[in-house]
Design a protein around this ligand. Sequence first.
Ligand code: C2E
Ligand code: SIN
Ligand code: SIN
Ligand code: FE
Length: 397
Amino acid sequence: MFQGVLKTLELTAEINQTVNFDDFLEKIYDSFIDYIPYSYIGIALLNSEKNSNEVYIKGSYGVGRNQKMKAAMTDILGYEVSLLKTSLGNIVETGQPRIINDLEEHVEGKPIKGYNKILLRSGIKSSITLPLMINESCIGFIFFSSDRKNVYKENHISFLRVLSNSIAIAFQQNIYIEDLLYSTLLALTKISEEKDKDTGEHLIRMSEYSTKLARLMSKDKRFKGQIDSKFIVDIEKFSPMHDIGKVGVPDNILLKPGKLNENEFNVMKNHTLNGARVLREAENNIVKSGNSVFKMGIEIAESHHEKWDGTGYPKGLKEYEIPLSGRIVALADVLDALLSKRSYKDAFSFEKATEIILDSKGTHFDPDIVDIFIDNIDEFQLIYKKSLGREKQSMTN
Ligand code: C2E
Ligand code: SIN
Ligand code: SIN
Ligand code: FE
C-alpha cells in the first residue's frame, strides 16, 4: 500500500550515504583540535520558507567535548532568529569570514540578543564565523568557538575556509538526501493528517509541545543525562510523524463520525506498526553505514500509544520499557487530541484537557513527565494560544 511512496524513495538509493553528518562533524572536531583552538563547532542554517520576505537562521548542529558547554549550547539548537536581527548579514553578502575575539566586548553597550546570551552562558568567549557555501550560494554559517578570548588570528582563516568547504560537501551529500527523504515522509504524513484534522497546525503543535517537554526535562535532575542536543533536534523533527502509519488506514475508519467498533479500532491500532515499517523501509534506502537516521522516528511511531501501566498498544510495554521519546510524544499527542475537534469528538477546554492528563499520571503517562508538564503549564498554554491565533488568522485571510 505504500508502494508508490517507496518507489519515490528508491530514487535516493543510488546515492551513497557515507557517514552520518553528526559523526562527520565529530571527526572534524577531533582531527583538527590540535591545530586550531576551538571548544565548540556549530552550524546554523538559513531558510526563507516561513515568510517570503524574511530570511531566518536556525542553530542546527553542534559538536563539543566539554560536556558542560555542550549541555548549555543545547539551547542554540532549534533557536531561530531573523537574519536581520543578527550581524551575520554582512557575511552572506561578502562571503567573508568574521572574527570576534571578545564576545563580551562585542555585545557591550547593546541590548544582549537571546542567542548571544546562550553563547555567553555557555562560556563562549570568541568565535570565527564562516559562510557555508554550496554552489556559490550561502546556505548558512559555521561557527568555531572558543572558551578563551583572543585566540583567532587572520592566519586561521585560509585553513578554516578549506575545512568549511569539506563540511559543506559532506553536508550536501548527507543532509540533502536525508532532507529529501524527510520531506517526502512529512508530505506523506500530511496526506492523512489533513483528512481528519483541520490544518497543518497540528503538526507544528506536536513538534512544539514535544520539544518544549524535552527541553524542560533535559534540565530536570530526573532526566539528567538522558536528553542531549541530538535528542532535541530529533524529537522536533520526528514528533510530527508519529501518525504517519495512518496513511494506511481506510477513510471509512479514519473519518468515522462516531465511536469505532472493536474491529475498526484494531485496524486503527496498526497505524503504530505500519508507521514504524514505512520509516524503516525508507531508511533502508539510504543507510549504508549502519547508522540509523530515522531511529527516533521509528521509535515514536511504534511506541506513542504505549501506556505507563502497560495497558497500551501495540506491545503493551510498561514504564521504562517505553522509549523516552514515545513517553514524551504520548503526552503531546493526547494533549493536542483533547484540545482539538475530531470527526468523533469535540474540543475540550485547556483546563479540562490538563485535568484529564493529570488524572492519567502514572496510568497512561510517565508521572515525572506529567509533573514537569504541570509545573510549566503556562508555557504549553502559550504554544496552544499562539497556534489558535494563527489558525484564526489563516481562516480570515
Ligand atoms: P487521535 O484522535 O489523534 O487521538 C490520540 C489519542 O488521544 C487517543 O489515542 C487517546 O489516547 C487520546 N484521546 C483522544 N480523544 C480523547 C478523549 O475524548 N478523551 C480521552 N481521555 N482521551 C482522548 P487512541 O484512543 O489510541 O486513538 C488513536 C487514534 O484512533 C485517534 O487519534 C483517532 O484517530 C482514532 N480513534 C480513536 N477513537 C476513535 C473513535 O471513537 N472514532 C474515530 N473515528 N476514531 C477514533
Ligand atoms: C551557533 O553557534 O551554533 C549558532 C549561533 C546562531 O544561531 O546565531
Ligand atoms: C552575532 O553577533 O551576530 C553573532 C555572534 C556569534 O554567533 O558568534
Ligand atoms: Fe497515533
